[in-house]
Every structure is written in structure tokens, then in C-alpha cells.
Ligand binder design. Sequence first.
Ligand SMILES: C[S@@+](CC[C@H](N)C(=O)[O-])C[C@H]1O[C@@H](n2cnc3c(N)ncnc32)[C@H](O)[C@@H]1O
Length: 258
Amino acid sequence: MESATEGQRIERKHNHDLTAKQLTWAGVKAGQRVLDLGCAVGTTTRQMAELVGPTGLVVGIDSSKPRLEEARRHPDHRSSIEYRCGQADAIPAGDAEFDLSWSRFLFEYLTDPRKAFSEMVRVTKPGGTVAVSDIDGNCIWHDPMPNEMARELEEAIQTLGHHGFDPNVGRKLYRYAWEAGLREIEVDVRPYHVVAGKVSPEAESLWRLKLETAARTLDGLGWEKGRAEHLVENFLSLLRDEGTFSYSVLISVKGKRL
Ligand SMILES: C[S@@+](CC[C@H](N)C(=O)[O-])C[C@H]1O[C@@H](n2cnc3c(N)ncnc32)[C@H](O)[C@@H]1O
């Protein structure tokens, strides 16, 4: 789900404290060589570079050239960061290149998540860590949920699902990690989107960017003109409704490469 505003949205929604906790949990440390797969505009990559310090290296990989260009132009870009353009199912890196391989908010978009997981294992040293984090219940859990919206949302998710989008990928990460051969697997679950009552103006504007990108994708996949836009407006009015609760969770797994 591509759009010119996606880089800006990723930067604006970045939660520095949450990311710091997650990276510490994953085990990112000074002096390591680490991978940030699906690095987008490098927001998390730069935070990883602070943790690995001048003796370490962070390699950010993404399939979007414009996003990587934006990352390279960032004022906080530093020499301990290297960006490479490539696909998650054929990671442009050598075998056992990294002490730790990390990916967040990427697996929800992948048509072949198992292949991406096994690629992350391949590029990680034996004894090193692979850590992946993503959303469960992405955009779909609301109470109360009007019937018409439930039907439209289900169809939207199904259509996007044919092109890789999985709103419930979070719960599958443990299985993918196990099947990819990781062991000593640990799981962390925490609330992610939580809107109890009226959404804040900043959160609403971020939701609008995310939903409009999805709507353009649905238009491109043959949805009748105006239908996806109508769903976006219904979704946003649900978030503005003081009596509505919406949520999702963030599930992270980390495991050791044998
Ligand atoms: C939501 S952003 C990731 C945000 C970032 N990891 C973070 O934690 O803030 C998803 C990124 O995955 C990239 N992407 C999507 N499919 C990909 C693929 N098959 N291989 C590599 N990158 C991919 C997109 O270009 C986009 O920049």
C-alpha cells in the first residue's frame, strides 16, 4: 500500500519511547552489526544507530527507493548507517552478516512472510537474534461495530488480503519463528492502537493518511468509485464517536538462530 504521504505518516506516528523499549527487549547493543528490514525512511534505523554506537553498524533495507533517498537525506543520518534497496524475500545481504536482525510493521504487507523470516535467519549469525514485531487486529476491532461497516471492512480486508495485507499477522509471528528454526523464542504483547471515546485530532489525521492510502489501493484493485472513500469516512466517524472503543495489539517475537 504505497503513497507519497506514507513516509511522512511513518515519521509522524513514530513513538520513540515504545521503540526504545522494543529495541532494548530485542537486545540491540553497542558494537553490534544489526539489520532493520523494512526500514522505510529510517526513523527506527537512526534509533538503532544510537544504540549500536560508532563501533557498530545498522543496515536498513527497504523495497522503496524514494523512501531510502529520504532516509539518506535526513539531517541525523550518520556513517554507522548503510541503506540498501531490496526485497524481504531475497535480502541483499550475505549469510550470517548480522548479530541481530530486526523488522517491524513489515510482515503485515508480505505475500510470503515465511520466506522473509527464513531470509532473516539466513543473514543472522549462529547464536544471533532474529526479532519481528507487528500488529494483530489492525483496523478491525471496534465495539460497537455497525453491521454495514463490518461487511464493508471484511470485504476490504479480503481484497487487500489477496495482495499480501494481513491484519492479524501479529499472532502468526510465533509460528513463523518456530518454523524458520529459531529457538529460545520469547513473545511480548502490548496494546497498540487504543481509541476509547473520541480520537485526538493528531491521531485522526494519521488514521486518515493510513486509510486514504488503503482506499487508493482498493480503487486500484477495482472497487467501485467512491466506495472505499465512503468506508474511510465511516471508519473515521466511528473513531470520533465518544461511545466507541477500538483497539489492536502489538506482538513481538525474538528467537535465537542455532
Ligand atoms: C510501515 S513501513 C515500516 C516502518 C518501520 N519499520 C518502523 O518500524 O517504523 C513498511 C515498509 O516496508 C516496505 N516494504 C513493503 N514490502 C516490502 C518488501 N517486500 N521488501 C522490503 N520492504 C518492503 C515499504 O516500502 C515500507 O517502507
